[in-house]
Design a protein around this ligand. Sequence first.
Ligand code: FES
Length: 164
Amino acid sequence: MVSKIRKNIMREDVELPRKKSKVLMNILWEAQEKYGYLSEHVLKQISVEHKIPIAKLWGVVKFYSMFRTEPVGKYVIEICSSPSCVLNGSNTLEEVLKNEIGARTGQTSKDRLFTLYKTSCIGLCDEAPAMLINGKPYTKLTEARIKKIIAKLREKANANIEKN
Ligand code: FES
């Protein structure tokens, strides 16, 4: 009986930090989804609202590459730089992307439409090379396909500007 209670106590001790860190990740993720990136102002608000030290928030945000602390473009492009994609030409396609959007990897285009990042494997190795744009997968990429995708997104963004 005592050992069963001890086991449960130990399990709670082990699981509690995990639950808390999962909650923290969700809070940060939702804030990023809402504001586009995690500014100092947003992190301060989270810190006060959830009673989490700001230093801890910065630590988590800086550790995980999925969190952004700078404004990003309307379309966030993440080109896979893991082995299957590299072997299928993703490095060359990264250069194509840079030329098409007019920005370097890790930067946002001057028109604020595109931000380009490298990412590790996104689980689409069988359809390499692959990338995500705002989380949507694009696979079996070629230079021509990338040019078409970027042109289409630019056209869509311009059409939206004209509408408003
Ligand atoms: S290596 Fe690129 S999707 Fe897996």
